[in-house]
Ligand binder design. Structure first.
Ligand code: G4P
Length: 290
């Protein structure tokens, strides 16, 4: 991590623009805390990736917020080529000021250089592949570039610098860790699956009312009955009885049953969190822009 940070501190001096990939479902949780500091003063392009899985209205609010901070922002699905034109246009806009200055000074115009960064699993490789599909080529060694760093020629006007090393997200609060596990940015095995699922259910009940009822075909009557039953129950899984009631009902609806017709909470937790992660549950954002 320290090595990746040092490499970035060196490489950032060579570029005009910094591109940071964030997960549109959790932009704050997927931000590396060092990137903003290291790239201070540089023009920034924020790519809200996996926006096909995020809530459209929430993503629009994030776009507004990042634009208000002076960044260019593009929401995209890195697996498709369709937004790559928008990315190139945004890079062009960010570089225009410098280009105009260079023209005034009589400096020969050169390709815009951009550094690309993002925490693991945010879609960096997928994005680079889509962006460079037609003209992917290393442009060879350049002085001062960290060993292992790659220059990729995107077009005659645009070169991309991919940094080696892994930049981890911040884990300074529990919510961030939960969000990262839910979107698959960190291995969920490190967290208790059932607790993770309870956090997700609690969030969905509060922020997307009716969504779970629809997805798992739960009637109002069965929810009320199960809730009433939980009100009087003490459980090892904690105090969020509403979320537990939903988990048990879903387990039974989806056949996650143990011997003796008991709900298999572990299997239900995996089913529910997988439904969220893969988008089967619909387009959901875990962080709002306000
Ligand atoms: P990284 O280099 O930043 O580590 O990420 P990478 O490109 O390998 O992408 C991680 C996973 O995310 C891949 O799925 C990839 O297909 C998926 N992905 C990338 N961009 C998007 C996007 O915009 N939308 C959606 N829906 N998925 C995207 P994978 O190979 O199946 O890996 P995994 O999901 O099993 O971890």
């Amino acid at each position: 991590m320290a090595k990746a940070r040092r490499a970035m501190e060196r490489d950032v001096k060579l570029v005009d623009v910094v591109i940071e990939l964030l997960d549109a479902r959790a932009p704050l949780s997927t931000e590396n805390p060092d990137i903003r500091r290291i790239t201070k003063g540089k023009k920034r392009l924020i790519l809200l990736n996996k926006s096909d899985l995020a809530d459209k209205g929430v993503t629009s609010a994030w776009i507004k917020r990042f634009k208000a901070e002076g960044c260019e922002v593009v929401a995209l699905d890195a697996r498709s080529n369709s937004s790559m034109g928008l990315v190139k246009e945004a890079i062009g806009r960010l570089a225009e000021e410098k280009r105009a200055r260079d023209r005034e000074k009589g400096i020969k115009e050169r390709a815009v250089r951009a550094l690309i960064c993002g925490i693991p699993n945010v879609g960096k490789s997928t994005f680079i592949n889509s962006l460079c599909k037609r003209a992917s080529a290393k442009t060879g060694d350049k002085p001062g570039v960290t060993k292992g760093t790659q220059w990729l020629k995107v077009s005659a006007e645009f070169e991309l610098l991919d940094t080696p090393g892994v930049l981890w997200p911040k884990f300074d609060d529990e919510r961030t860790g939960t969000n990262l596990a839910l979107i698959g940015a960190v291995n969920e095995e490190i967290l208790n699956k059932e607790e993770l699922c309870i956090e997700l259910l609690d969030y969905l009940i509060k922020n997307y009312p009716g969504l779970l009822d629809e997805r798992y075909v739960l009637s109002e009557t069965e929810i009320h009955e199960k809730l009433a039953e939980y009100e009087t129950k003490v459980t090892a899984l904690g105090v969020n009885k509403r979320a537990l009631a939903y988990m048990e009902l879903t387990a039974k609806k989806r056949g996650c049953i143990k011997k003796g017709a008991e709900a298999d909470f572990e299997r239900a937790a995996k089913l529910i969190t997988d439904d969220f992660k893969t988008g089967r549950m619909g387009r959901i954002s875990l962080e709002k822009a306000e």
